[in-house]
Design a protein around this ligand. Structure first.
Ligand SMILES: *Cc1c(COP(=O)(O)O)cnc(C)c1O
Length: 365
């Protein structure tokens, strides 16, 4: 049996008729950018998350850097972020000239809230929380730290659409929640897409200006903005995906439950879920000291896996200029050496999960 880590076609065929109708409706409408599909998606997504405003954007990275730009965070400022994240989180900070200050993760792969305060200096302006792999971070503690130190809070929700901490949806805890609708995300488009959510009317207004060349009124440009618009076709397709959000996250949670119950191998550590936190399993990430051997063993038996992420941002060439070296973030680096994302996608069959479990249980390094 051949099993890929993700199968995007399955998600399409599960609601094929609805997707095709939505795409055709836009194609036939003659209106392709900044129209009714976008505004209705923004309303529906804001309501799904429980925020007052949503602004659709071109992708998740734009959501991040525009968030910091609008909050006025740039050169000379520091932003606290976990070391083990996708590099886009860090670029959202550095595109504006601000400096990322890395904090080690906890056992749930999220920022270790107990280690944030030791990194706060008089230059610290914000914390960027990443709800990595779909699990909500320890938001009660993090919100409290930000309040006490007068810091802005931005959430990278690119992997946590609809995931909650103590009943409250991620993206609503801070000043701005940033989302990506990259096709593989839990709510994915069929191309690039992104959005921010916020309760602050002024931030929403600024974001609408920035995404459209800095102009509110055509040809009157207030700031040097950018071109980052969620197009009508993507917005229409995302509305279909959003209407099935509960079922899509639920399906992944069921696969995770099956993995949790049935993967049994002393060489493998299964993902843990924090008390009070939801996990929507954007990825199901196991740990193994013999990770590379495990990966090759699975590959030989037809099972593809992916490492999220093999090189932590502080060791990537792009961030050489920060002057960090191997050994500076040992917990983060151990994650990079040991994590493995196993197949987890909408439309994964029982035969596929059973086979994956059986093969993993047979691994001996
Ligand atoms: C996918 C992702 C992003 C970037 O989103 P794009 O839409 O690809 O720009 C940012 N942060 C995290 C954690 C992500 O997983």
């Amino acid at each position: 049996m051949e099993i890929q880590t993700n199968r995007l076609d399955r998600g399409f065929y599960a609601h094929q008729r609805e997707f095709e109708e939505a795409a055709l409706r836009v194609l036939r409408s003659g209106w392709y950018i900044m129209g009714k599909e976008l505004s209705s998606f923004e309303e529906e997504f804001a309501s799904y998350i429980g925020a007052r405003y949503c602004v659709g954007l071109g992708n998740g990275l734009d959501a991040l850097w525009l968030a910091f730009r609008i909050l006025g965070i740039g050169k000379g400022d520091e932003v606290i972020v976990q070391g083990n994240t996708y590099i886009a989180s860090v670029m959202g900070i550095t595109i504006n000239g601000a400096t990322p200050v890395f904090v080690e993760p906890d056992e749930y792969f999220n920022i270790d809230a107990d280690r944030i305060e030791e990194k706060i200096t008089d230059k610290t302006k914000a914390v960027l929380v990443v709800h990595l792999y779909g699990q909500a971070s320890r938001m009660d503690k993090i919100v409290d730290i930000c309040k006490r130190h007068g810091l802005r809070l931005v959430e990278d929700c690119a992997q946590s659409h609809g995931s909650r901490f103590k009943g409250r949806v991620t993206g609503t805890f801070g000043d701005i929640g940033c989302f990506s609708f990259y096709p593989s995300k839990n709510i994915g488009a069929f191309g690039d897409g992104g959005a921010i959510v916020t309760d602050d009317e002024e931030i929403a207004k600024e974001m609408r200006i920035y995404r459209n060349y800095g102009s509110e009124k055509r040809y009157y440009n207030k700031v040097v903005g950018t071109n980052s618009r969620l197009d009508e076709i993507q917005a229409a397709l995302l509305k279909v995906r959003l209407s099935h959000a509960k079922e899509l996250n639920g399906e992944k949670q069921n696969i995770a439950e099956k993995y949790d119950k049935n993967i049994d191998n002393p060489h493998i550590i299964l993902p843990r879920v924090r008390e009070g936190a939801d996990h929507i399993y954007h990825q199901y990430v196991i740990r193994c000291r013999e990770r590379d051997k495990l990966m090759a063993y699975l590959k030989d038996r037809g099972i593809s896996t992916i490492i999220h992420y093999p090189i932590p941002p502080h060791l990537s060439q792009a961030y050489e200029y920060l002057g960090l070296k191997k050994g500076d973030l040992p917990v983060t680096e151990a994650c990079a050496d040991e994590v493995l994302s196993i197949p987890m996608f909408n439309g994964m069959t029982a035969e596929e999960t059973d086979y994956t479990i059986e093969v993993i249980n047979g691994f001996r390094p």
